[in-house]
Design a protein around this ligand. Structure first.
Ligand SMILES: *[C@@H]1O[C@H](CO)[C@@H](O)[C@H](O)[C@H]1NC(C)=O
Length: 302
């Protein structure tokens, strides 16, 4: 895709984002494993019961994945090793929250929300059972083993996830000019390999250690304001007035449309390689409407 077509796509992105505000309707095939996408209709309200039920499904799927995948499940004693594993994990010692920060999954808005809550001097209604000194530090890797254990044991831990193909499209759009086409961008991603890659497209399972950290909530791009509303309320934090800034519901519709165009630009081999590259994310989380799901049906390659 050269510059002009990309500009057209970008214009389409803006227009459809605007239109989809009122036209939120699409119906992917299945809804197993905690995917809310099939419920995406105008005016859909996520009740607390549904939210909790969906959380159970997502965590059950994640546990099933972890029991078979051989991923790291115990906290390393070495500070160096923890620093490597936890490079994307952030904490708010004021709000007793821990989350994994990955570009394009909604964590930018989330971080702004937390900063405002911290400024307003809000404290969680649920007190922790040990004395804690507030710290300016927001990187989990900066804390020692005792502190890390305490945080992992008592903080509310949140994992933001998003369809890996949508993350790729987002990164491609952000990075205007560095690749001549989506297909060559994807080729660069595939060539960079699993171990030498950019945080923008590295699989979430590698970035967020979901088998080591027992996340309390797995929130999926598409319904963040409703999901986070329930989550914050349960954590004893008020946030109603900030949640309107999450625009993921409108954006999601646009990406579903864009995915179809961009997926068709890829060769069959690239599609298969991408699906293999993201096999862990596709197995650990439910992205039933992802174009990458279903290309591989056998999980033996974990
Ligand atoms: C960890 O850090 C805390 C706070 O700085 C300190 O009180 C504690 O002694 C440290 N623990 C270890 C094992 O270094």
């Amino acid at each position: 895709m050269r510059f002009l077509p990309r500009l057209i796509i970008l214009a389409a992105l803006v227009i459809t984002t605007f239109l989809s505000w009122r036209l939120l309707l699409w119906s992917p095939a299945t809804s197993r494993g905690g995917d809310l996408a099939p419920k995406a209709e105008e005016g859909f309200t996520l009740t607390l019961d549904t939210f909790l039920h969906v959380q159970q499904l997502r965590k059950k799927r994640l546990r099933a994945f972890c029991s078979q995948s051989g991923k790291v499940t115990t906290l390393p004693r070495s500070q160096e090793e923890r620093a490597r594993l936890f490079s994307n994990l952030r904490v708010s010692t004021k709000l007793d929250l821990l989350y994994c920060q990955v570009p394009s999954t909604g964590t930018e808005e989330w971080q702004q929300l937390l900063e405002r809550l911290e400024k307003e001097n809000v404290t969680p209604a649920v007190p922790l059972s040990y004395p804690w000194q507030h710290s300016q530090e927001t990187q989990l890797r900066e804390f020692n083993l005792t502190e890390t254990e305490a945080m992992l044991g008592s903080y509310t831990k949140v994992l933001f996830v998003r369809d890996p193909f949508h993350r790729l499209i987002f990164t491609f759009m952000q990075d205007m000019g560095s690749s001549s086409s989506f297909s060559s961008f994807v080729q660069d991603v595939l060539d960079s390999g699993q171990h030498n890659s950019n945080v923008a497209w590295t699989p979430l399972v590698s970035l967020c250690q979901p088998c080591l950290i027992q996340y309390d909530y797995v929130v999926v791009f598409g319904f963040l304001s409703q999901e986070l509303g329930h989550l914050l309320q349960r954590a004893g934090l008020p946030a109603d007035s900030f949640l309107a800034e999450f625009t993921d519901t409108q954006v999601q519709w646009t990406y579903s449309w864009l995915s179809e165009q961009m997926f068709s630009e890829l060769s069959l081999q690239q599609k298969k390689q991408l699906s293999h590259f993201y096999r862990w994310d596709l197995a650990a989380f439910s992205f039933s409407s992802s174009f990458l799901s279903g290309l591989f049906s056998t999980p033996e390659t974990w």
